[in-house]
Ligand binder design. Structure first.
Ligand SMILES: Nc1ncnc2c1ncn2[C@@H]1O[C@H](COP(=O)(O)OP(=O)(O)OP(=O)(O)O)[C@@H](O)[C@H]1O
Ligand SMILES: [Mg+2]
Length: 227
């Protein structure tokens, strides 16, 4: 599903020799739940941004679902990003003046062409309910807890039934109990067939994964199962 081959990334074009990624190669198969760990600045977000097609300024090869991202047209890339990949971030990025259902439906409002689900509202309600928010459909984010907000954000990421979930510090704003519930949510989604990649620097999150990739200073120093 994901294949990186000798990927290098420099944020400074003028070859200072400083690389955020210094030759990263990895493969993630469909159906995996993978945690990427590493200290601040090790390159975790950079990897996720490349996989998610948010940044195409790199050396080496990034393939996602059989597509070489460097070779996709802008239109094809944005279709891949919008329809096949769901993004979840630390700070939820919900709009406060919209209800939970409206927040989850946002991608349909911005989708070019025909949305990939026939009835986005029904899909939003169904997904929120499945994530335990059936009684919060019309609540605004300001009246929700952190964990509830993150579940709204997850429901939004799932609106178009993507195959891949990319999550950058999804528990970073949550207390440990709430964070654990969010991780369990990802485990459940993974069991349902979603491929899930989670970035964290919290050790307890990595307990949830069968496979942990450790980045250090722009390189993979470990890729395997926890001891
Ligand atoms: N937009 C940018 N411009 C310049 N340098 C950047 C940019 N984004 C990241 N970097 C640099 O690239 C390196 C990797 O950053 P990255 O954001 O991938 O780290 P990270 O592992 O996600 O860290 P954190 O845990 O703090 O989020 C760092 O040295 C960082 O300073
Ligand atoms: Mg980061």
């Amino acid at each position: 599903m994901i294949r990186l081959t000798d990927v290098k990334k420099s944020y400074r074009r003028a070859a200072t020799g400083e690389y955020a990624l210094r030759g990263v190669s990895l493969a993630i198969e469909e159906g995996e739940l993978v945690v990427i760990i590493g200290t601040s600045g090790s390159g975790k977000t950079t990897v996720l941004n490349l996989v998610g097609g948010l940044d195409r300024d790199y050396e080496g090869q990034v393939e996602v679902m059989g597509h070489d991202l460097a070779k996709l047209s802008d239109r094809a890339l944005s279709d891949l990003r919008n329809r096949e990949i769901g993004f979840v971030f630390q700070h939820f990025s919900l709009l406060d003046h919209l209800t939970a259902v409206e927040n989850v439906m946002l991608p349909a409002r911005f989708a070019k062409g025909k949305p990939p689900v026939a009835d986005p509202r029904a899909r939003a309600i169904e997904t929120l309910t499945r994530l335990g928010l059936g009684d919060k459909l019309d609540s605004r984010p300001t009246s929700l807890s952190g964990g509830q907000k993150q579940r709204v954000a997850i429901a939004r990421a799932l609106l178009f039934k993507p195959k891949l979930l990319l999550c950058d510090e999804p528990t970073g704003s949550l207390d440990s109990t709430t964070g654990e519930q969010i991780i369990q949510t990802f485990q459940r989604l993974n069991a349902e067939g979603y491929t899930v990649v989670i970035i964290t620097h919290e050790a307890r999150v990595s307990d949830a994964a069968e496979r942990i990739i450790r980045l250090e200073d722009g390189q993979i120093v470990d890729d395997g199962r926890p001891a």
